[in-house]
Design a protein around this ligand. Sequence first.
Ligand code: HEC
Length: 204
Amino acid sequence: MAIVSRQLMALFSTSSLAVMGVNAQDMASVEQVAQGYNTQIAQARTLTKSYASALQNTLKPALKSSGPAGALKACNVSVPSITKAVNNQSKWQVSRTSLKPRSQANMPSDWEKSVLLHFESQKQQGVNPKALEASAIIERGNKRYLRYMKAIPTAQKPCLTCHGTNIKPQLLQQIRLLYPQDKAIGFNAGDLRGAFSLTLPFLE
Ligand code: HEC
């Protein structure tokens, strides 16, 4: 579950687009992103914002009414359906990914992994994690996709309850039951938890 603050969106600007290319061909395409895809990237940012709020609106009340164990179940059940609902709103497909995912469904692709590693190194160089985003045109098979990613930093509260270094044993047990291959623990406040990852297929 991710919570993204409102100020965050204000930090976005086209010039802050960090662009990732895995090879020279991607880098060439990337120029096009900066020059011609501002409208689509603006849509991606808006959609990321509403996806983040939808997740937040599930997590927060569940934590309040039924504590971490209830919120864990709420995330487990509701995140896939929230994602589906957001995906039905536009041609963009939204998802979340991480170098250390909880859900196997959130394993990064090669491109996503390279962007996540890029975000980590940017952060180490002192870039504010809230400002980290990337876009590129990716070719897969015969199809082309506009891709957009936006970093998700780890907040002290409530993230560390379920992703931190000191998770309550009973909760950890429940996490392991639901996600036997969970890697999303051991985070500290300020770490990059992962990223939103959006895909827009080109009609060709
Ligand atoms: C109540 C427990 C709980 C809390 C609190 C929580 N999460 Fe999660 N988180 C989960 C569960 C469960 C999943 C897997 C859900 C899914 O994507 O299907 C998950 C998945 C994620 C993912 C997707 C990548 C992955 O690991 O699968 C990100 C990113 C994430 N959480 C970030 C956060 C952030 C940031 C916070 C704090 C704002 C937070 N979480 C708070 C339980 C929690």
